[in-house]
Design a protein around this ligand. Sequence first.
Ligand code: NAI
Length: 336
Amino acid sequence: MIVAVFNTKAYDRRFLQDANRDQRHQLLFHEPRLNRNTAALASGADAVCVFVNDVLDRATLEALARIGISAVALRCAGFNNVDLAAAEDLGLQVVRVPAYSPYAVAEHTVALILTLNRKTHRAHNRVHEGNFSLEGLLGFDLHGKVVGVIGTGKIGAIFSRIMTGFGCRVLAFDPLVNPDCLAIGVDYVAMEQLLSEADIVSLHCPLTPASRHLIDDRAIASMRQGCMLINTSRGGLIDAPALIRGLKSGKVGYVGLDVYEEEADLFFEDLSNTVIQDDVFARLTTFTNVLITGHQGFFTDSALENIATTTLANLTDLEIRGCCDNAVTTDLVRNR
Ligand code: NAI
């Protein structure tokens, strides 16, 4: 297939070109993100390949269909940026990479927890300046703490296993019970109980209309005083202004974010010479008990290899079989 690959960085090109040695698609790399204004760059291609922050709304999909694109290959697991109903109306097939390294995201979640707790980022800066004071660096033992996991799919289950290894008690909320989690002693409870008992709450569910702003003023009010909140899933799960209110009042004691609702205007680019216009994001960066990374949970060599291999295999499936086991449909969303 001729594939217009949008939103590419040097690392995307490297891993996709390596994986394509076995697949032989024609890859045309484009730096811009895909949206209704850039869709024309895909002229002459059969498929587009996109990432989390490309915008595949109805207008973009209509523009793609008009120039003969028949498939959208997401090089990520989440698909909240695609209007699936529009894709189906237009006969565009959508495929994704359902799992590339759940370990990468689960381990990054643990990195955020350990850094926030033991303040190693602050300690590192202090030591570099010859400041060996321990004031302000007090942490807590993870052993014996209660961790609340919202969403126990692939990533949530691995994260739960790691936290039981630290000697934590794990409470979970998920409409689907994962037998692997039950087997390691995870207790499934109602959301209210999880929020009121957990010392650390970590989000591992997808962003859907039902889960948008799952963490809002009400949820924050029911959390333990000073609890830690971690989000490595999708930014829209948290109402950021409500989170700021929770931080200012001290109700929320620590926040670790790898995702942010309005991240499309910020993440994956070097903006160090510009003024950040997003006042909510800017306020979040002023708290010393907030640690933000720019959507790098997935960013390991194993994950990039798996993403590239599966993305190209998905396109080969569509080309040869006309269908793909990793297709994303509106039925998949309804059944979540
Ligand atoms: P998964 O599909 O294996 O598991 C998601 C789980 O969430 C399922 O068990 C589902 O039943 C549950 N769920 C759905 N709605 C829920 C709700 N309202 N409340 C509680 N649970 C709910 O997904 P996986 O692979 O574990 O990924 C989880 C999320 O992690 C993805 O949706 C994606 O948004 C995010 N992600 C983030 C990455 C990063 O780089 N930071 C990379 C990859 C994924």
